[in-house]
Design a protein around this ligand. Structure first.
Ligand code: NAD
Length: 445
């Protein structure tokens, strides 16, 4: 769907007019959505600062080198990495202010800022100062968003600061793969034991991804993106979507199942299809529907339909796959939640409840996924330009697009890239979390 304002302000005259009328002036984002490479920072100028220490962590510097980042010299900085793990007192926060002010002045348009903090504290005062970094980054993200730039923070858990773990973080958060992810703070844990966790990452066999709702906007983009990385995709969607599903399967050499996940017998078909493919290495619970109505007017059918697709089907699929032992060692799982599940949305008690449920589910199921060396995370898109948002009334749609730090909607490809990241070796340290792909939506911020 065309964002006319975004196109309009790309022309100098349009930009001048938008400024005069005090309209938002979104910039075209820098996106990278191709297959993973060995050196994701290659060609990028990277600056690492450590406001509270003499130098950034050696493991961070090693990770930057390993990913091919080059030091910035005087050139504009494309990736600014702030080692804030030592920001544990007020004087250190002052140093953060001064050094970040200097460094951000050199940040290129559409640049990335990634701050690293720590969960290891010895006093409440230290905890306060480390948490100050989170507020700092969220506020900075709102300031630099109008230039198409982003800022995020990772809270390093004990043992999480190895060069390989940090390289994984840089591959997404310090590159254009995270174009529509901003203002986020995530826990980055110690990488699990590679002997089990690496199995799907190091395997020679073709890895299998099951995507529900694969014919839709985000599902199809995810299928295409994963295919670029060599995944074999089993796409599932309702029988009415058989034609686009077949087209997609042909295009990416995938398998398909045309079935309504809530219909009797559908899960038997799903289990048979998965068994034929030798189990699953990635499960993307993407199928979702809306039946918007205020609580007072909502029908039983509207409540039940949303719960059946968005929540009950997810729980039932997982229960069947667990029972049949069809999640391979090291498997990843991603549940498509929503900003509505975080912030709530008038007219969406059913949808918001179902999407909040998936956030709780991902957090609670992480231990079970850990037991097989895998991970599970929720991805919460904000306003994404798809058929779902095309159905919104015009004014609601326009507000949804602009109410974020980047002043524009995201694309299905932005969400697909986040899912591809969660499925990649670099993301083994992320589990039980919510990764918002929302341009730092003001809703639920
Ligand atoms: P979409 O409507 O384009 O695609 C959803 C797909 O799910 C459709 O192809 C649909 O046929 C399929 N589906 C629905 N019910 C099914 C069932 N019973 N069995 C099998 N397939 C079924 O929507 P989208 O925008 O691509 O959204 C994908 C996911 O992302 C959804 O879970 C949605 O709630 C979530 N999400 C989307 C946005 C957004 O802005 N588009 C924002 C937040 C969250």
């Amino acid at each position: 769907m065309t964002d006319r304002l975004l196109s309009f302000v790309q022309h100098p005259l349009g930009r001048r007019l938008a400024r005069a009328l005090n309209l938002p002036q979104p910039v075209t984002l820098a996106r990278r959505q191709d297959a993973w490479t060995d050196k994701e920072l290659a060609g990028r100028t990277v600056l690492a600062i450590a406001p509270a220490s003499t130098a950034p962590m050696p493991s961070l510097l090693a990770a930057i080198v390993a990913e091919g980042g080059s030091s910035s010299g005087d050139a504009p900085v494309q990736s600014l990495i702030v080692d804030a793990t030592g920001c544990r007192d007020v004087a250190a926060l002052h140093a953060l202010f001064e050094q970040a002010q200097h460094a951000v002045a050199r940040l290129a348009p559409r640049g990335r800022v990634l701050a690293l903090t720590s969960s290891g504290v010895t006093s409440a005062a230290e905890a306060a100062c480390l948490q100050a970094v989170q507020g700092f980054i969220r506020a900075l993200a709102k300031e630099i968003g109008r230039r198409g730039a982003t800022a995020n923070a990772l809270v390093l858990q004990e043992g999480a600061a190895s060069a390989t773990a940090l390289a994984g973080a840089l591959r997404f958060f310090a590159t254009d793969r995270s174009a529509y992810v901003s203002g986020q703070v995530l826990a980055w844990r110690k990488e699990p034991d590679p002997s089990t966790a690496a199995s799907i990452d190091a395997t020679d066999r073709v890895r299998v991804a099951l995507i529900t709702g694969a014919a839709g906007g985000i599902g199809a983009a995810t299928a295409r993106r994963l295919a670029l990385d060599g995944w074999r995709v089993l796409g599932i969607d309702v029988p009415a979507a058989r034609a686009p599903l077949e087209g997609l399967a042909r295009e990416i050499g995938g398998a398909l199942l045309a079935a309504d996940l809530t219909a009797p017998g559908a899960l038997d078909e799903l289990i048979d299809a998965v068994r034929r493919l030798g189990g699953i290495d990635l499960l993307v619970h993407n199928a979702g529907i809306t039946r918007d109505r205020t609580l007072a007017r909502m029908s039983v059918a509207e409540w039940d339909a949303v719960m059946a697709v968005n929540l009950a089907a997810v729980l039932a699929i997982d229960a069947r796959l667990d029972e049949a032992g069809l999640l391979n060692a090291g498997a990843r799982e991603v549940c498509l939640s929503s900003i509505s599940g975080i912030a709530g949305n008038a007219g969406q008690t059913n949808y918001s409840a179902s999407k909040a449920a998936l956030i709780g589910y991902a957090a609670a199921r992480a231990a079970a996924m850990d037991a097989i060396g895998g991970t599970i995370n929720a991805v919460a898109p904000g306003f994404i330009e798809t058929a779902m948002t095309r159905r919104m009334p015009v004014m609601v749609r326009e507000a949804g697009r602009r109410l974020n730090a980047l002043k524009q909607g995201g694309t299905p490809g932005d969400v697909a890239e986040a899912i591809a990241f969660l499925a990649s070796p670099g993301a083994r340290a992320l589990t039980g979390q919510v990764l918002r792909v929302c341009g730092q939506s003001l809703l639920g911020a």
